[in-house]
Ligand binder design. Sequence first.
Ligand SMILES: O=C(O)CCC(=O)C(=O)O
Ligand SMILES: [Fe+2]
Length: 430
Amino acid sequence: MSVFETVTGPNATFQSIILVLKFPFLYGHTCHMINVNLFLILQSLFFGYIKSCIPNLTYLHNTKQQVLLKLLHSVTPTQKEHNHFQEKLNMFSVKELVESNCTSSVPSNYVCLKTPEDSILYDETDNIPTIDFSQLTSSNPDERSNAIHQLGDACRDWGFFMLINHGVSETLREKVLREGESFFDLSQEEKMEYAGEKILDPIRYGTSFNLMVDKTFFWRDYLKCLVHPHFNAPSKPPALRETLEEYSRKGKGVVEELLKGISLSLGLEENYIHKRMDVEMGCQVLVINYYPPCPKPELVMGLPAHTDHGILTLLMHNELGGLQIQHKGNWIPVNPLPNSFLFNTGDHMEILTNGRYKSVVHRAVVNTKATRISVGTAHGPNLDTIVGPAPELVGDDNPAAYRAIKYRDYILLQQNNELDRKTCLDRIRI
Ligand SMILES: O=C(O)CCC(=O)C(=O)O
Ligand SMILES: [Fe+2]
């Protein structure tokens, strides 16, 4: 494999090739790792030769779904192979894999290494903090200050809470889940129109976490949309755009109120986080996660243990559970209260608060029964804001624990590296 690692890097054309090499469905017989490994070895031997055989490499990175088609086309241009490749392209997602695979097994490249501790769960749902949004925004000062206090405790002790009475209607939430799911029901060709190749593309359909870096694939397809400061969403299915626009706007309103409460809980001025992070022009990324049923869920991960890069992530999912959070080293499955939103603190909360409020490690598991849909909206600073620990939260006995970094660079750092259980914060820790 090292031969291929040497050609990773900024050159997107080579990355396109690596994508083909790393994604076994695209070549050989589906899911047969032996063939794939053999193929990789042969490719490594002939890599230089292949490179010189493809005169039109440079156009590759300007294309989206056509990248792979053209690449293969250049190498093996027969109609039969073209059709075969088209067929394999349809398996560029777990959904298509599940729908086309009649076997009851999991392809070996999806099998995750798990430690025995990974499977031990602690049923502590009842202890997960619940915040009442109506109290947080109440005109009664005692009620409000009590809610702010609870919010601060939740961020400090858990990095996670459920939010009730948030004012976003159940109808809208259901619409988001339903229409979000229907995006994945589009044909693979239609979805591939959105298969962006850059991390910060305004709309990006994909699978796993980041195919360029994943050593194991995750049982997840996704659609990511940058919804603020500029709103972006696919034009298909027709109702999706409008629904996501309303949902993102309402979610942002809720988050802004929470950030006021969190600033006050830290002894800072109400608009502190808002101003310092330029939330007005903040980067809001909405992700629809699609986890199809899996014949052997214990072997795979929907999303492995990770922390989110933003300040606060708002999350909801359909009737199927699967989110687990790490609390005091233990994995706790989350069963949300009816109509509640789930919130987790992200890395930029930890950076800004100089570690006072830690970003919570979480993961998503899958099930045998049905498709799980979750919708997460990461609310972060403006992409060009440089964030470091707030000077008010740094002192002689509490020196700055993270170096300042531009939010855009942090996102790229996180997304271009494998999700390997370590938080990306380790990369900027002083
Ligand atoms: O699906 C879930 O419950 C979690 C999703 C998640 O952690 C993410 O999108 O970052
Ligand atoms: Fe997450």
